[in-house]
Ligand binder design. Sequence first.
Ligand SMILES: [Zn+2]
Length: 409
Amino acid sequence: MIARGFRYKLEPMPEQEELFRQFAGVCRLVYNLGLEQKVTWGRKHRLGYVAQAADLTRLRAELDWVRAVYVSCQQQALRDLDRAFQNFFSGRASFPKPRRRGLDDSFRFPGREVATKRLNANWSVVRLPKIGWVKFRDSRPICGGVKNVTISLDALGWHVAFACEIEHEAPIPSAEVVGIDRGIATTLALSTGEMLTMPGNLGRIEDQKRKAQRVVARRKRGSNRRRKAQARVARLHARQARIRRDFHHRAALDIAERFGVAVLEDLKTRGMTASAKGTLADPGRNVRQKAGLNQAILNAGWHQFATILTYKMEERGGQVVTVPARFTSQTCAACGVIDARSRESQARFVCISCGHADHADRNAAVNIRRRWSTSLLDVEGLHQRPYEASTGRDLTVSENPRPSGRGRC
Ligand SMILES: [Zn+2]
């Protein structure tokens, strides 16, 4: 069994949105009341989920507006609270905090009480008890048995998330191996020569976001107009994140369907070697500072992609392996010579030794793939020297590549 989440944007009618707010508000209240009860009485009487659920029944009998909200959602809130305390007592989390409006606007249904129906290629509907059928943009199919369904609000509006359990038998994986290099911000280079590029509107949204941030800076603190401007920044930010996540899902699926092994470079080593040098042509001022921040953002995106790719590969019986990243961008994929001068620019690689020319990221992807293959030869006891050793420099100590294990990246 694998757990998997599927999240979609909802398009509720105004009266449904009103119900969403009511459900979220009452569930938050039930959670916070339960928390208060535990804090006040929990030490003397062992107040578990069962006792609190019984109190909830009494509360519902007394108050119409509590009874108006579906009971399962309120029970789920109490279950959350119970889990929050379990996590606290086992040292996994800090002491549970009250839920806050604007931050914790969500409620959850057990999966068996919810149904979905497909309308057409782009739209589906989900039936929520006491709320009715709500439309959502169906961007990818749900698979597995639905365990529970969460409705939540963020800067982009209301969303529905299906938490599923997928029963899976690993198919026989493909024998094909692919090396993947993360290129500049928006691309992935494959050792097959393909470049996977993020949707172009990301850049446009980035411009809009910068502009919106400047507007925020101009508005008076605490003013309504400033709040509005901030909401716009948050919306643009959330939209960027969604586009990036969608791209990562599509790219990972494509790779997982075609290859049995995906080779990535190890993030930790990359972080140490590629620190903020700028390009050869433009060493630049302030490069260190700026590159540090950019690198952090890139790393976060890369980590997301690596995580998605790992589970998509493993679902299909494949695997993700990592290799040391050192010199992958300075090594010629054709002749193996390592020279920083071969990296003509951010995008272009021209070998100073043999003249082999390619996109720099594609060249690196081929090196990454090869690094994994040579490491296997090494493990099998053939004691071949790493490919790069042909440069005449002895790199066997520092450059002895070894895959650092399944599913870790
Ligand atoms: Zn060369």
